[in-house]
Design a protein around this ligand. Structure first.
Ligand code: NAD
Ligand code: GLY
Length: 361
């Protein structure tokens, strides 16, 4: 059965519909498609799987669609690919009222959102996430953007969608490695603010990995509920929203340092979260048993728990480019206890160095 949540952002509020088959339900899209035209931004992997289905749904509403099919992958999340989107929209004469629909994973969602924020200074935007990661995280909350050779997600905008449609059926075609990558962000919610969910994940990880529909829908709904609550409190990340970046300061350094696409985002977040847990232990906040418990859960999900050895200097250099840096000082999301994260600014350099040496291979 479909579940609906609301992201409460006053005049920018929007629903998230989660369930099996929602991609084939035209009535869910009606309010967002006042005109008879929409552009669908997708990629060469997702288009053969789901573009026809979405186009048929739109046809039932009398909406003609302009497909924009991009190359696939994190390595293409850049300004060259953005230009492909802009060129396609301009040459198809898309107007200010023409919605952009993102059909794909987080890479497509982030780029389409940024295109929607900037094309003609802003057009309506709909998220149809098709990976676990994008259904539990990137499609919700309005962070959009692209990578720069000097840093991950460094160019972008806050721009909320009008609707998120998460069809759990699309997860049936997702490779195991990508399902695992999404699990990293699911586990994140348990670690930062939902200890009961963390326990539920420990009890139900096997069911999730065999793609049990009810378990997946529950995990997606609970993740989105957590994210929607945080975003409603702090849309533009002046406080609490930073907690959603547990493991990301280290993880972004891994992604940028290894070269975009070598490590999946979720894999880098998993290994980065173990670094954050290690640092939390060095500060006396977690004990070794709790860090082992976190490690076990990521391992069960099929995720890496040891980071690549970029060298301490390279890690420090990449982490110095983090968006949380304030007044030139690094800030870390760390675990005060299981199920409660905090942002910490004055981490002793020696402890950080120890973590960067202990958690790599
Ligand atoms: P992705 O978009 O690269 O998708 C993973 C792979 O799966 C791709 O090859 C994609 O084409 C393919 N795919 C997508 N749907 C499929 C399906 N149903 N069946 C088969 N294959 C499918 O990666 P992702 O993990 O979805 O997203 C990662 C990106 O999200 C990163 O760039 C990260 O920075 C970003 N992100 C953004 C936010 C945010 O708040 N905006 C949050 C977390 C992550
Ligand atoms: N993924 C982090 C955020 O949306 O804030």
């Amino acid at each position: 059965m479909m579940q609906t949540l609301n992201v409460e952002l006053a005049e920018r509020s929007y629903p998230i519909h989660i369930g099996s088959g929602v991609l084939g339900q035209p009535e869910l899209l009606t309010g967002c498609l006042p005109r008879k035209r929409a552009a669908i931004v997708t990629n060469t992997v997702v288009a053969p799987l789901y573009l026809d289905k979405l186009q048929v749904t739109l046809q039932q509403l009398g909406v003609e669609s302009v497909p924009v099919i991009l190359p696939d992958g994190e390595a293409c999340k850049n300004s060259d690919t953005m230009n492909l989107i802009y060129s396609a929209l301009l040459s198809s004469r898309c107007e200010r009222t023409t919605p952009l629909i993102a059909l794909g994973g987080g890479v497509i969602g982030d780029m389409t959102g940024f295109a929607a924020a900037t094309y003609l200074r802003g057009v309506p935007f709909i998220q149809i996430p098709t990976t676990l990661l994008s259904q539990v995280d990137s499609s919700v909350g309005g962070k959009t953007g692209i990578n720069h050779p000097l840093g991950k997600n460094m160019i972008g905008a806050f721009y909320q969608p009008q609707l998120v449609l998460a069809d759990t059926d699309t997860l049936n075609t997702l490779p195991d490695k990508e399902l695992a990558a999404g699990m990293a962000e699911v586990i994140k919610y348990g670690l930062i603010r939902d200890a009961a969910f963390l326990e539920w994940l420990e009890q139900n990880m096997d069911l999730l990995l065999v793609r049990d529909t009810a378990a997946l829908q529950y995990a997606i709904e609970r993740s989105c509920r957590n994210k929607a609550e945080v975003v409603a409190l702090d849309e533009r990340e002046s406080g609490e929203r930073a907690l959603l970046n547990l493991g990301h300061t280290f993880g972004h350094a891994i992604e940028s340092g290894m070269g975009y696409g070598k490590w999946l985002h979720g894999e880098a977040v998993a290994a980065g979260t173990l670094m954050a847990a290690d640092l939390s232990e060095r500060l006396g906040w977690l004990d070794a048993g709790q860090v082992a418990r976190i490690r076990r859960l990521f391992q069960r999900a099929g995720l890496p728990v040891i980071s690549p050895d970029l060298g301490v200097a390279a890690y420090l250099e990449w982490m110095g480019l983090d968006k949380k840096v304030e007044g030139g000082k690094m800030r870390f999301v760390l675990l005060k206890e299981m199920g409660r994260a905090v942002v910490k600014g004055d981490v002793p350099t020696e402890l950080l160095r120890q973590t960067l040496q202990a958690c790599v291979k």
